[in-house]
Design a protein around this ligand. Structure first.
Ligand code: AMP
Ligand code: ZN
Length: 113
């Protein structure tokens, strides 16, 4: 846990956010600035700054599986969705607590911008 990390504060419920899914390892909540009809962030409860710092394969796998479960629950799995993990500045990472974006409910472009 990092005292001054925004997502650690969300995990600790110091910032009131509705979790769309949670278990002992991970939590998921709506992105405050949605880029698609469904835009949910899935994060580990444990503080890890970025994918570049991650060492726990199970933690990373759990983020993907929770995103897939939410996509089914939100009704976007059959149509398709995108999961994105931005890492460091060229990718536009702004919050340095590792998180998986789940984006769905519209067609996506490729390559990404
Ligand atoms: P990234 O740019 O990949 O680091 O993603 C950080 C994401 O966190 C952005 O999409 C923000 O809109 C989102 N975000 C920032 N603050 C909050 C918050 N308080 N609640 C929910 N999402 C947030
Ligand atoms: Zn954190």
């Amino acid at each position: 846990m990092a005292d001054d990390c925004l997502f650690c504060r969300i995990v600790r419920k110091e910032i009131p956010v509705n979790f769309v899914a949670e278990d002992e390892h991970s939590v998921a909540f709506k992105d405050i600035n949605p880029q698609a009809p469904v835009h949910i962030l899935v994060i580990p409860r444990e503080h890890v700054a970025s994918l570049d710092q991650a060492k726990d394969a199970a933690m990373l796998g759990r983020l993907s599986l929770m995103a897939a479960e939410i996509a089914r629950k939100e009704g976007v799995a059959a149509g398709g969705y995108r999961t994105v993990m931005n890492t460091n500045s060229h990718a536009g990472q702004t919050v340095f607590h590792v998180h998986l974006h789940l984006l769905g409910g519209r067609s996506m472009h490729w390559p990404p911008g």
